[in-house]
Each structure stands twice: as C-alpha cells, then as structure tokens.
Design a protein around this ligand. Structure first.
Ligand code: C5P
Length: 421
C-alpha cells in the first residue's frame, strides 16, 4: 500500500460499483460505503439476493445516495439504469464481502444475477474482498478459483485472519472498511501510473540522434578521440522511443546496449557519422546532434604502425577539419528536420551556446557546463539550459534518464510549435 499516502484525493469523482454478497460481513459494507463517499467517490450498490438477508437496501440507498440494484429482472430499476449501463458507468467494481459462492460464479463467468452480469459486462478493473469461513477459504476449490482470478488481474483484497463469526479462527475475515479503501486507492493509483506509462504522446514522430564520440585513426593501432560515453544520446533515444517515437540512433564507438525499440547504426569516424546523418536526416522529423564529434582528423592516416624514431623527440601529425555534421543537416533545403544541437562548454556557456545556435542554424541548443564536476561528460547526471532564438529553458541537475524525458518532451513541444507557425 505504498501509494496510499500520496493519493488521498484519487477517489474524488471515481465511480465505484459496490457488490455486496451474502455473509455476516455484509453489515460492514454500510461503513465501507460511507468511507468511500468520504473520499469523494460516487457509489452505487448491488445486493445479491443472499446479501439482502443480512443488510437492507434502504440502509445502502440512504448511505450511497443512489437506488440499490437487486434484481436483473426488475423493470423499474432497468428503466432507471440498465445493467449494461451500470457496468459502463463503473470505474471499478468492488465486491465486498465476496462470498465463496460469488467468487466461484465470477471465476466461471456466470451471469445469473445482477452483480455477476454487471461484472461480466464491465471492462473496468474488478476487486474482490473475500469473506467466508476459514475452511471454505482454504478449500482447494476456493483457492483454485482465487488463483484463476489473480491470473486475470482481478485484485484480491485480503482476507484477514482471526476469530470468525462462526467461532472458527483462521483466514477468511473480510478486511476492515478502511483497509479496503486504502487498497482501492492503490488500485486507482497503479492504474493511473500504468496508463501514463503506456501513453505514447510522440507516436507518429521520428528522431535521428547522434551519440558517443567519433574515433579518428592515426595508424592501424592508434586513434584520436574524446571522453564521451554516449550515455546522454542513448538516454535520449530511449526516452523518445518510450514516448512512442520512431528513433534512429547513429552511434560512435561506445560500451552501451541499444535502447529497446531503437534502430542503431554504428559508425567509427566523423566522416562515417556525417554520411549516415545525411542519409537519415531527411526521413525524420527531428535531428538531435548529441555526439561529441572529433573536430579534426589526421590528414594522412598511416597504413602501417608508426614507429618511434631515435633521432627526434617530437613528431608531427597534420590534422584537417572534419565536416560539421549538424551544420550540414541544418543546411538542408529540402525536408530539413527540426535540428537540435548540444554545446559542451567550460566557460561563457550562454555566449558560446548562442553563437553556435546562430552559426549552425539550429532550432535549439542544449548548453552543458562541463566545468562542473560530476555532471555532463561521462557522468550519470546532467543539467542543461536550452536556448532557442527567442527563449531559454532550464532543466535542473537530475539523472540522465529523467533529464532525457524532460528534454525530449521540450524538443517535441518546440517542434510542434514551430510546425504550427
Ligand atoms: O562546435 P561544437 O562541437 O561545440 O558543437 C557541438 C554540436 O555540434 C553538437 O550538437 C555536436 O553533435 C555537433 N557537431 C557536429 N559535427 C561536428 C562537430 C560538432 O555535428 N563536426
């Protein structure tokens, strides 16, 4: 019940169909209705025929503020809110107490009274709070039925163990109303979280992301490179894919596994990355240049291992400029993607970031102060300031995963904004 503390208001306006089946614990259902209503839930009650031997519909009608359903074949009730309508109305069906009999009937998909018919007709989550004699509860038939319900992702609340109305001691007591309310809160909280996780707000959009360092050969065994781990670009690719985007990740040499659902193109040198980026950019909506591309490469790569010489203490390597990958993408005249760069700076961060934004013709630039220890390069955490030509966005220090989610959402928003203007 980890979520309960943080979700006190989650029942506000939630529509709970409470099914009460026959058993001595039915008297506690009256209190349960009150507690659910206290939390702001709307409650409608269905009594099974056996339940109405233990508690009167009038009590439950007064407490819930709604007519109580009792029969599938009651023309007046069906005219007011038919059983299918009732099943559609519910955000959750809660059966408390749930007798061994009603559990068996739910397990087998029976629809021989109003409650089981509504359960069968309802797409919302179902929770049952068993209440029965301990021997009935332990019976293999009941246990098998409960196992089946669990396998269908039906929530089983309790039961508690202790002294029973019949004098036995053991498991089978219904949970107390407040415990049931807490469990219901958890169900709604977990459902809300799961649906947020399943949401795919970026479905239909596509990203190309460059990541990691490039490696520029000196000879067959040596190269020039940098400390980029690729973590930021990989985390961005993961975040975009998780939000439903199509993602192509162009990666330099890194020690990272490909994020799930992401298409990966491996490259080594800046020239290879340049080629791959130009091949991909026009087929995607958004280009993010997260790679730490080597600015220079060796002009003449030796085909053989360069030997130390005894006669001189120094050696010269002539370097030539690599293509600026992101600037070439941003310069595309047809199907130019919304282009986002990174600026890793050690000083005058804003000044250099803004210069790059303008010079490379980017839509956004994410500035990274790499002079701060434990953030940015090779670290698991990072903070960013994102500049557009007219706006500034701060993303404070957080894990690269959390930062990536925030950044991808921001980039997508800005992309949408630009498209609509
Ligand atoms: O000029 P600077 O290297 O600081 O620019 C950083 C941004 O430009 C990053 O987005 C990086 O991925 C991109 N870049 C590039 N090709 C280069 C150099 C940098 O795409 N040759």
């Amino acid at each position: 019940m980890a979520n309960t503390m943080h979700n006190k208001s989650i029942l506000l306006g939630k529509r709970i169909l409470l099914g009460i089946s026959g058993g001595i614990a039915a008297y506690k259902a009256a209190d349960l209705v009150r507690r659910l209503k206290d939390r702001g839930a709307e409650v409608r009650v269905i009594l099974t025929p056996a339940a109405s031997e233990f508690i009167t519909p009038l009590t439950l009608q007064a407490l819930s503020g709604n007519p109580v359903g009792q029969s599938l074949l009651d023309p007046a009730a069906e005219a007011a809110m038919g059983h299918i309508e009732l099943a559609r109305w519910a955000d959750l069906i809660l059966v408390a107490p749930a007798s061994a009999d009603v559990i068996a009937r739910i397990t087998h998909g029976m629809a021989n009274d109003l409650l089981t018919t509504c359960i069968l007709a309802c797409a919302a989550p179902l929770a049952v709070a068993p209440a029965m004699n301990q021997q009935m509860y332990k019976n293999i038939a009941t246990q098998n039925n409960l196992a089946t319900l669990i396998s269908r992702e039906i929530h089983i609340l309790g039961p508690a163990a202790g002294e029973q109305a019949c004098g036995d001691v053991g498991p089978g007591r219904m949970l107390e109303p407040l415990q049931i309310v807490d469990a219901v809160i958890d169900i709604f909280a977990n459902t809300a979280q799961a649906s947020a996780e399943n949401a795919k707000p970026l479905a239909g959009s596509s990203f190309v992301i460059t990541a990691g360092p490039t490696r520029e050969a000196i000879d067959p065994v040596r190269f020039i490179s940098n400390h980029s781990s690729g973590k930021m670009g990989f985390a961005l690719a993961q975040a975009a894919a998780d939000l439903g985007a199509t993602v192509t990740l162009i990666s330099g040499p890194v020690q990272l596994t490909t994020p799930q659902g992401v298409r990966r193109i491996d490259v080594v040198t800046a020239e290879e990355m340049h080629q791959a980026a130009l091949n991909e950019a026009q087929n995607h909506h958004i280009f993010i240049g997260c790679a730490a591309v080597a600015d220079y490469r060796v002009a003449e790569v030796s085909t053989q291992k360069i030997k130390k010489t005894d006669d001189t203490d120094d050696m010269q390597l002539r370097l030539v400029k690599n293509p600026d990958i992101i600037a070439s993408v941003a310069a595309l005249t047809q199907n130019r993607p919304f282009t986002v760069g990174f600026a890793a700076e050690t000083e005058q961060v804003e000044h250099y970031a803004r210069l790059k934004l303008a010079k490379k013709n980017l839509n956004l630039i994410c500035a990274n102060d790499v002079s701060v220890p434990n953030q940015g390069f090779n670290a698991d955490q990072n903070a960013l300031t994102v500049y557009s030509a007219t706006q500034v966005f701060q993303l404070p220090l957080q894990s690269k995963t959390a930062l990536s989610n925030a950044l991808i959402s921001l980039i997508y928003e800005q992309f949408q904004h630009e498209k609509s203007h």
